[in-house]
Design a protein around this ligand. Sequence first.
Ligand code: AP5
Ligand code: MG
Length: 216
Amino acid sequence: MKLIFLGPPGAGKGTQAEKICKEYKIVQLSTGDILRANRKHGTELGQKAQKYMDAGELVPDQVIIDMIKEELKKPDVAHGYILDGFPRTVPQAEALSALLENMEQKLDAVLVLEVPEEDLVKRLTARRTCRTCGKSYNLIYNPPKQEGICDLDSGELYQRDDDKEEPIRNRLKVYENQTKPLIEFYSARKLTVSIHGTGKIKEIHEKIELHLDKFK
Ligand code: AP5
Ligand code: MG
C-alpha cells in the first residue's frame, strides 16, 4: 500500500499515519519528522532546514526531493508506506511521479484530511511532542497520562518552535498557496479520497480504514 496523507498543518496527518502504519505494517515517511531528527543530531541537512522550519516556510524543493529519494531506496519501505507531509509543492509532486515511474511503483491513493482553520490553530497551539520518539499529544484533545511525559518512552514533551501563533499563521498561508493546489493535481489523476478530519481521533481512523481495506 502506497499512500500520501495531504492536509494543512494540524489536520492530523501524523496522528492518523502512525496508527495506519502500525495496523497495516507499513512505514511512515514524515518529511517533518525526518528534518526534526536531522536537526536534533546537528547534521548539515538539519542546519540547512532550521531557519525555514522555525519561520513556518518550506525547505527548498531540491533538498526535500533528494531526502525522499534516499528514503524510498531503503529496504523497509518495500511493503508500503505513507508519505506524511510530502509532496507539498507541484515541483515535489512532479519529482515524486518521475521517481515512482523509475521504480515501477504506483500510488494507491492520496487521502486529503479536511479540517476548518479555527480548529487547526486550536490543535497546534496545544500540541506537545516527545523529544525522544516524536509522538504528538494534545493538551486539550489527546493529553498524555502524566503531564509533560511521553506515554511510550517517558521522554520529555516540548512545544515545537513552529507551533507558536506567528509561524502557525505562516504555515497555514504556505499551505493555501503552495500545497493546496496538489488536491487538484491528484484529483486529475483520480487518486484523491476526502476525509472529514474533525471529530474523535478514533472515529477518523475508522473512516480511513474503510477506504483502505480495498488496497490491502
Ligand atoms: P511537518 O512536521 O510536516 O508539519 P505540518 O505539515 O505543518 O503538519 P503538522 O505535523 O503540524 O500536523 P499534522 O497534520 O501531522 O497533525 P498532528 O497529527 O500532529 O512540517 C514542519 C516543517 O518542516 C514545515 O513547515 C517545513 O518547514 C518543513 N517541511 C516538512 N515537509 C516538507 C516538504 N515536503 N517540503 C518543504 N518543507 C517541508 O496533529 C496536530 C495536533 O492535533 C496534535 O496535538 C494532535 O494530538 C491533535 N489532533 C490530531 N487529530 C485530532 C482530532 N481528530 N481532534 C483533536 N485533536 C487532534
Ligand atoms: Mg505531522
